[in-house]
Design a protein. Structure first.
Length: 336
């Protein structure tokens, strides 16, 4: 069995609502998906998506909305709450129409939690059957660890939280990063690194032990810089200013706090086996989930469905370890 644990889909009714309610500011994002859907029907067509999965031997895909049309990017208050309801309803319907081949991740109205947002989170999980929520690393410049009510509710629901990188809200400080697609290629893994570190160092994960986070792109820079992390945050180091103390961390190596099992790391790293092995060597195979980030990538993501399983199979893992990465870890996370 193979569970593709981090992918995206285009909910058509929600996309139309976004266009009607937000209008011109959302036009470029909507047209981007309309163009992609014209070329590759599996961006939005549930039947075609299921057919493609069967063709490439993928048993299930975990699907979330494309990050750039996430309601939290476009609205606040009652409108945000309304858009999340529309999206969550459609995500649940998509999964039902797929015959459970698709497993849905919903949207939480982060800037409307006090006016019905927490109730919507409960409805999405307990009534609609969605397995958790995708949240972006920052929402209009506010890092995701600052939304304490969201983490408290996710903890009560014992659900998965899929963290997706987002552009910095203001690009003026590093405007040169926005050229040549460097914000996407390099900035996103760095953004993931920052937010995972904040979730650990702020005590957010310690305070909410029932939450399981899924980190995109193998945790960004964290596995490669594990040694630098340990040295820089060592109690013997003098790197930190007094106000930057890390009181939530216990004794032992700092990197161990990224290996507690509350964070799972996906294998969607552009098909680089060395990067995947680096993550496995740091976190352990029991913390890794197979993912393609479909339908993005070359040829509408189809090349990833073909290549990525073979890349994982080439890593030299034994049969039991392969089963963990391909489906067992995701099965436990999502209660499949």
């Amino acid at each position: 069995m193979i569970i593709d644990a981090y992918t995206h889909i285009t909910p058509i009714r929600y996309l139309k609502q976004l266009g009607m309610r937000i209008g011109e500011p959302a036009r470029a994002a909507i047209e981007r998906l309309e163009h992609a859907g014209e070329k590759y029907r599996h961006f939005w067509d549930v039947g075609e998506r299921v057919r493609v999965l069967k063709e490439y031997g993928i048993d299930h895909q975990v699907v979330a909305v494309h990050h750039f049309i996430d309601p939290n990017n476009w609205a606040e208050g009652e409108l945000l709450l309304e858009l999340c309801r529309v999206l969550n309803d459609e995500m649940a319907e998509i999964c039902k129409r797929s015959g459970e081949a698709l497993i849905g991740i919903g949207a939480a109205p982060l800037n409307a939690l006090d006016i019905g947002g927490r109730e919507e989170m409960r409805r999405a999980v307990r009534e609609l059957g969605l397995r958790g929520f995708m949240v972006e690393t920052n929402v209009r410049g506010v890092p995701i660890d600052k939304f304490e009510a969201f983490w408290e509710e996710a903890n009560e629901l014992s659900c998965a939280v899929y963290v997706h990188p987002n552009d910095p809200h203001e690009k003026s400080c590093r405007s040169y990063e926005d050229e040549y697609d460097m914000m996407h290629v390099f900035g996103w893994p760095f953004e993931t690194t920052l937010i995972l570190t904040r979730l650990v160092f702020s005590g957010t994960l310690l305070r909410n032990p029932n939450v399981k986070v899924v980190a995109h792109h193998a945790g960004g820079m964290i596995p490669f810089f594990a040694g630098r992390i340990n040295e820089s945050y060592s109690r013997l180091s003098f790197q930190l200013r007094p106000e930057q103390t890390l009181g939530v961390l216990s004794s032992g190596e700092v990197i161990d706090h990224f290996k507690t099992g509350q964070i799972l790391y996906d294998t969607a790293v552009g098909g680089n086996p060395h990067a995947i092995m680096c993550a496995i060597s740091v976190f352990g195979h029991d913390k890794m989930v197979f993912a393609t980030d479909f339908p993005w990538g070359p040829n509408g993501g189809l090349s990833r469905l073909e290549r990525y399983p073979k890349i994982v199979e080439s890593l030299g893992l034994d049969a039991d370890q392969l089963e963990d990465v391909f489906f067992r870890n995701a099965s436990r996370l999502l209660r499949i």
